[in-house]
Design a protein around this ligand. Structure first.
Ligand SMILES: Cc1ncc(COP(=O)(O)O)c(C=O)c1O
Length: 406
C-alpha cells in the first residue's frame, strides 16, 4: 500500500494535484468508497428507515443498524445500542449537557474542563452550569500542553460532578491523559465526557477499556460524510438517561397528555434519521480499518516531523505545543511574526495551500497562550512529503509578500 495508491481513492485529491490540503483537522476528505456507499444507498435502498414494513424501508433500517454495529465495534462499545447517532460532536455533547447535565448537576456542584476545549465542549457546560447554579473549574496545561497529575488532583475533587475533556486538542494536537482523568473522576464520584473529535480519526479508541462514561465524535473528520456523528454512553447511565429531543421515531406510545419512549437507542434519535450518513460513516470505518492505525500514525508522524523540522529553520515562526512531532497527532499550530494568521492563510491560498487561520473555536486556549489567533496546518495519512515541502516553500515566501526583507 502506497500513498499514491491511496490518493487514487480520493477523487478530489487525484483531480486537483495543484491543491495542498492541510486542513484535515477541520474536516477530512472522503474516499470514493464512502461517496459510492451513500449513492448506492439512495439508488438501492432509499426509504424512511424504522417505519416502513416493505422491502426498501426494511433494507434502509438494516443498513442503518449495521452501521451502528460497526461503529460500536470500531470504538470498543460493548453493545450497538450504546451508540446514538447524532449530527456531529457538537450535538453529541449538547445531548449529554441537556439530558444528563440538567438532570444530575445541582447548585454548588462543579463541572471541570480543560482550557484546551473546543467551544463545542465549553458552551453546553456553561449552559448547564448557568441553569443549575453550578461552577466551571478549569484544568490548565503546561507550556507543552500537558496536564499534570497535580492539576488533575487539584481540580477534580468531591464537588466535581462532571469532567469534560478533549481526547486530543484541536489546536496543539496533544493527547490528554484521559485514563488518569477518568480514574480520578470516578474516584470522586464524577462522570467523564470525552470529546473524541480529533482522536477517533487518528488513534485506536476503546471506550470500554478507557471506562469512559460518554464519548463523542464526528464522521466528517474521519473520512465520513458531514451531518453524522455519534455519542457512546455507558450502559448504566444510558438506561436512566432522559430523552434530549422529542417527536417522531422516539416514542412507544403517545396519548393527548403524555408519551412513553421507544427502546434504546431510538429514544435518543428523534425524527427521520440520517441513514445515508450512517451508511457513509460505516464505509469510512471500513476504509480506516483497511488502512490501519499503524500506517496512519506512521504517515502522520513522518509528515509532522518533516514539517516541524522545516519550520524550526524559519526564525520568525513560533510553533505551539510539544517539540516532539509524535505528540502532535498531525496538527502543527504556529504564528508568523508580524503577519496576521488570516493574511498567512490568504497568501498561502494563492499557492493553493489550504490551512486554517483563526481561534480554532478555542478562544479560552488562545487567551491562555496569549494570542488572538494562530495558523494551523493539519495532515492526514493521504498527504505527501511533496505537499509538506510545497507548504513550507509557500510559507517561506509569506513575509516577503507582506513587505519584510528576510
Ligand atoms: C476537538 C473538537 N471538538 C469538537 C469539534 C466540533 O466538531 P463538529 O463541528 O463536527 O461538531 C471539533 C471540530 O473542529 C473539534 O476539533
Amino acid at each position: 500500500m502506497t500513498v499514491e495508491m491511496i490518493r487514487e481513492d480520493f477523487p478530489i485529491l487525484a483531480n486537483h494535484p495543484e491543491v495542498v490540503y492541510l486542513d484535515n483537522a477541520a474536516t477530512s476528505q472522503r474516499p470514493k468508497q464512502v461517496t459510492d456507499a451513500i449513492t448506492q444507498f439512495y439508488e438501492t435502498a432509499n426509504a424512511n428507515p424504522l417505519r416502513g414494513l416493505y422491502d426498501w424501508s426494511m433494507r434502509a433500517t438494516a443498513l442503518y443498524e449495521e452501521a451502528r454495529e460497526h461503529v460500536a465495534r470500531f470504538i470498543g462499545a460493548p453493545l450497538p445500542e450504546q451508540i446514538i447517532f447524532t449530527r456531529n460532536t457538537t450535538e453529541s455533547i449538547n445531548l449529554v449537557a441537556y439530558s444528563y447535565g440538567l438532570t444530575n448537576i445541582r447548585e454548588g456542584d462543579e463541572i471541570a474542563l480543560t482550557v484546551m476545549e473546543h467551544h463545542s465542549d465549553i458552551l453546553p457546560w456553561q449552559m448547564a452550569a448557568r441553569e443549575r447554579g453550578a461552577k466551571l473549574t478549569w484544568l490548565e496545561p503546561d507550556a507543552e500542553g500537558v496536564i499534570s497529575e497535580a492539576e488533575i488532583t487539584a481540580k477534580i475533587h468531591e464537588k466535581t460532578k462532571l469532567v469534560a475533556v478533549g481526547h486530543v486538542s484541536n489546536v496543539m494536537g496533544v493527547t490528554n491523559p484521559v485514563e488518569q482523568i477518568i480514574a480520578r473522576a470516578h474516584a470522586v464520584g464524577a462522570v467523564v465526557v470525552i470529546d473524541g473529535a480529533q482522536a477517533v480519526p487518528h488513534h485506536p479508541v476503546n471506550v470500554a477499556e478507557l471506562d469512559a462514561d460518554f464519548y463523542a465524535f464526528s464522521g466528517h473528520k474521519m473520512l465520513g460524510p458531514m451531518g453524522i456523528g455519534a455519542l457512546y454512553v455507558k450502559k448504566e447511565i444510558l438506561d436512566k438517561l432522559p430523552p434530549f429531543l422529542t417527536g417522531g421515531e422516539m416514542i412507544e406510545y403517545v396519548t393527548r397528555e403524555s408519551a412513553t419512549w421507544a427502546e434504546l437507542p431510538h429514544k435518543f434519535e428523534a425524527g427521520t434519521v440520517n441513514a445515508a450518513g450512517a451508511v457513509g460513516l460505516d464505509a469510512a470505518v471500513r476504509y480506516l480499518e483497511r488502512i490501519g492505525f499503524d500506517f496512519i500514525r506512521e504517515r502522520e508522524e513522518a509528515l509532522t516531523k518533516r514539517m516541524m523540522e522545516a519550520l524550526s529553520t524559519l526564525p520568525y515562526i513560533r510553533v505551539f505545543g510539544s517539540a516532539d512531532p509524535a505528540k502532535h497527532c498531525g496538527i502543527v499550530t504556529f504564528t508568523v511574526d508580524g503577519v496576521h494568521p488570516h493574511d498567512v492563510s490568504s497568501v498561502l491560498n494563492e499557492d493553493h495551500v489550504c490551512v486554517r487561520a483563526g481561534h480554532h473555536c478555542a478562544q479560552p486556549l488562545m487567551q491562555f497562550l496569549g494570542v488572538g489567533s494562530t495558523v494551523r496546518a493539519s495532515v492526514y495519512f493521504y498527504n505527501t512529503e511533496d505537499e509538506v515541502d510545497r507548504f513550507v516553500r509557500a510559507l517561506s515566501a509569506v513575509r516577503g509578500v507582506m513587505g519584510y526583507g528576510d
